[in-house]
Design a protein around this ligand. Structure first.
Ligand code: NA7
Length: 540
C-alpha cells in the first residue's frame, strides 16, 4: 500500500466484509456498541449466499423457523415464513427485511469487493483496499465472507470456447433464464445440483445430468404454513433461542438419548422410520451419533437409506447409478429432495455417469467425455460447488504480522483458532472460517450468530478494559488444531471425499473444515474463554 494512498484513507473502527447472514448481524452489533462501522459486499444486494444462489429450486434444507436470528424477538415475530423450507426468493426478501428493519443500509457499501487487507505493525491497524478505489484504515476487520461463497467456476479445459450460456449456480443471474426448448446440461449432483435438476426438468427440452458420485438423499416434506402454523412456531421463540445453540448441529433437535448399541435392531429401525417420516435432516442429525463413528452403525443406517431409495427406483441401471455404495451415509452433506429420483424417469432426462468417464473438454457446442462421447447442449449449469470455508478469504490479499499471507499459509496448512481468529493476524475475526462448526456442520445461522455474539462481546470487553489489540497465541492455536484433528479423526467423515475435507479443490490441504465436537460443546468452550478473560488470546 503506497504511503500516499494510506494517508488519504478514511478511518473506521471496524470493517465488516460481507452483507450475508453473519455480516448483517455483525454490523448491527458493532454499531450498537458505538463503533464506526462499514460493511462491504461484492453483490449488488444484501443476503450473501442468498443473493448469489438464486438458481431455480434453491431453498433451505433447515426449517425456516430455526434459520433465524434469535437476538431479537421483534425481528423473529414480524417475519412470517410461508412454508417449512422456504425458497430463495422468500429468503432474499427476508434478508432485505432484516437490513431494513435494523436500518443497516446506510452503513453498507454494495457492488464493492475488498481486494486486500494489510496489518501495519507500527500503528496496529488494518488498511483495506477495494476494487472501487476505497482505502480504509480500521482497527478491526470482521470477515463475514461466508463458507460457501467462492464458487468453483473454471473446471474444464476449453470451457471459455462454449458458445451457449454457461452458469454457475452460486453466481446465478438476476434476469430469469429461459429454458423453454433448450438442451441443458447440469454438471454436479450435490445439494445444489439436486435442487436444480428436480426443478428445471419439466421446463427444458432435454436435460443431461453429469454425475460423478451418487448421493444418499432424503425426501423433504415441505408443508405450506397456515396462519395458525405461523402463530404456533412463533410461540416457540424462547424455546428455539434457548435450544438451538446447545445441540450438536444447531438445530432444534438432537441425537437420540439412548446409545445405538443399547437398542435392538428393531428399536433402532423405529427411530430411523420416525426420523425419515419427518421429511427433514432428522435422520442424519437426530438418529445416533454413532453413525459418524462406528462402522457397523453407519452401515445400518446407510442400508436403511439405500433401501428407501431402492423402493423408488425400479430400473437396475438407474439404481446402480443413483444409490451410493462407496461411502457411508452422512459422511458428506445429506441433501433433501422433492421427486429428485423420479426425475430420471422422465423421457427428456438422462443421467450420465462420469465416475469412470470424466469430462475432458467443453467444446463450442457441448461436452466431451474421456471415451469420446459428445453431448450437444445449449446451456451448461455448473452445480460444481465451492472452495468451501477458505475460498472467499483466500481471494483477498490478507497480510498479517511480518507481511505473512493468509492465502500462502492456508495453501500449506489450514489452521485457525476456533475459526474465530488466526494466529499472526491481530484484530481480524473470521466467523464461518475453518475449524469451527459454522464452517459446515451446523444450521449456519445458529453457529454464525454465536460467533458474531462472541466477537461483539470480545470487542466490548476490549473497549471496557482499554485494550486495542487481540490475537490468539501460537500455543492456543496449536492446541485447538490438535483438538480439532482429534475430534475429526475419530469420525468416518475423514474417510469420505467432499468439500468437507477440501478434496473438491485440487491441491487444497486435506483437513475436515468443520469442527465436529458439536456446536453446543463449541459454544460452551467459547463462553468459557470469554469468562476467563480471553484465555489463550493475547490482549494489549
Ligand atoms: P457440492 O456438494 O460440493 O457438490 C458439487 C457437485 O459437483 C458434486 O456432485 C461433485 O462431484 C461435482 N463436481 C465438482 N467438480 C467436478 C468436476 N470437476 N467434474 C465433475 N463433477 C464435479 O456443492 P453444492 O453446491 O451442491 O453444495 C454445497 C453446499 O451448499 C452444500 O453442502 C450445502 O451446505 C449447501 P463429486 O461429488 O465431487 O464427485
Amino acid at each position: 500500500m503506497a504511503m500516499e494512498a494510506k494517508a488519504n484513507a478514511v478511518s473506521f473502527d471496524a470493517v465488516v466484509i460481507g452483507a450475508g447472514v453473519a455480516g448483517l448481524h455483525q454490523l448491527y452489533r458493532l454499531r450498537g456498541l458505538g463503533l464506526k462501522v462499514i460493511c462491504i459486499d461484492s453483490a449488488p444486494g444484501v443476503g450473501g449466499t442468498w443473493y448469489w444462489n438464486r438458481y431455480p429450486g434453491a431453498r433451505f434444507d433447515s426449517e425456516g423457523f430455526i434459520y433465524q436470528y434469535f437476538f431479537s424477538e421483534d425481528l423473529f415475530r414480524d417475519w412470517s415464513w410461508s412454508e417449512k423450507f422456504p425458497g430463495q426468493p422468500e429468503i432474499e426478501r427476508w434478508m432485505n427485511y432484516v437490513a431494513d428493519r435494523l436500518d443497516l443500509r446506510k452503513d453498507i457499501k454494495l457492488s464493492t469487493t475488498v481486494e486486500s487487507a494489510h496489518f501495519d505493525e507500527e500503528t496496529e491497524r488494518w488498511t483495506i483496499a477495494t476494487d472501487r478505489g476505497d482505502v480504509i484504515d480500521t482497527q478491526f476487520v470482521v470477515a463475514c465472507t461466508g463458507p460457501l461463497s467462492a464458487p468453483l467456476t473454471d473446471l474444464f479445459p476449453d470451457q471459455s470456447t462454449f458458445k451457449g450460456q454457461i452458469y454457475h449456480t452460486g453466481r446465478w443471474p438476476e434476469a430469469p433464464v429461459d429454458f423453454a426448448g433448450k438442451r441443458v446440461a447440469v454438471i454436479g449432483n450435490g445439494s445444489t445440483g439436486i435442487q436444480v435438476i428436480q426443478t428445471i426438468a419439466r421446463e427444458v427440452k432435454s436435460l443431461k445430468v453429469f454425475a460423478r458420485t451418487p448421493q444418499y438423499v432424503l425426501p423433504m416434506k415441505n408443508p405450506k404454513y397456515s396462519a395458525e402454523d405461523v402463530v404456533a412456531y412463533k410461540a416457540r421463540f424462547r424455546e428455539l433461542a434457548e435450544v438451538t445453540p446447545k445441540t450438536f448441529a444447531g438445530f432444534h433437535y438432537d441425537f437420540h438419548e439412548t446409545p445405538w448399541a443399547d437398542l435392538t435392531a428393531e428399536q433402532r429401525r423405529e427411530v430411523y422410520e420416525a426420523n425419515w417420516r419427518d421429511g427433514s435432516l432428522r435422520l442424519w442429525l437426530a438418529s445416533f451419533p454413532d453413525l459418524f463413528t462406528v462402522e457397523e452403525a453407519n452401515k445400518e443406517i446407510s442400508d436403511f437409506v439405500r433401501e428407501k431409495m431402492r423402493e423408488r427406483i425400479d430400473d437396475p441401471t438407474l439404481r446402480e447409478a443413483l444409490i451410493p455404495k462407496s461411502y457411508g451415509f452422512g459422511t458428506r452433506r445429506v441433501p433433501l429432495e422433492s421427486g429428485y429420483l423420479e426425475t430420471y424417469l422422465r423421457d427428456n432426462v438422462e443421467l450420465i455417469s462420469i465416475r469412470d468417464n470424466p469430462i475432458t473438454k467443453i467444446k463450442p457446442d457441448g461436452i466431451e467425455l474421456a471415451d469420446g462421447r459428445f453431448y450437444e447442449v445449449d446451456i451448461i449449469i455448473l452445480a460444481t460447488g465451492f472452495d468451501g470455508a477458505t475460498g472467499a478469504l483466500k481471494k483477498i490479499d490478507i497480510r498479517g504480522r511480518g507481511g505473512r499471507s493468509l492465502r500462502d499459509e492456508w495453501n500449506q496448512d489450514l489452521r485457525t483458532t476456533m475459526g474465530l481468529q488466526v494466529y499472526g493476524y491481530p484484530n481480524l475475526f473470521t466467523p464461518g472460517a475453518p475449524l469451527a462448526p459454522g464452517a459446515a456442520f451446523c444450521n449456519i445461522p445458529t453457529c454464525l450468530q454465536q460467533q458474531v455474539e462472541w466477537i461483539s462481546n470480545c470487542i466490548k470487553y476490549m473497549r471496557d478494559n482499554g485494550k486495542a489489540v487481540i490475537e490468539p497465541t501460537k500455543e492456543k492455536q496449536d492446541e485447538w488444531v490438535a483438538h480439532h484433528d482429534e475430534a475429526a479423526n475419530g469420525t468416518l467423515i475423514v474417510k469420505t471425499d467432499s468439500w468437507y475435507m477440501g478434496t473438491n479443490v485440487r491441491g487444497k490441504p486435506r483437513r475436515l473444515v468443520s469442527y465436529v465436537g458439536g456446536a453446543g460443546v463449541y459454544n460452551d468452550m467459547c463462553i468459557d474463554i470469554a469468562k476467563n478473560g480471553y484465555a489463550g488470546f493475547a490482549l494489549s
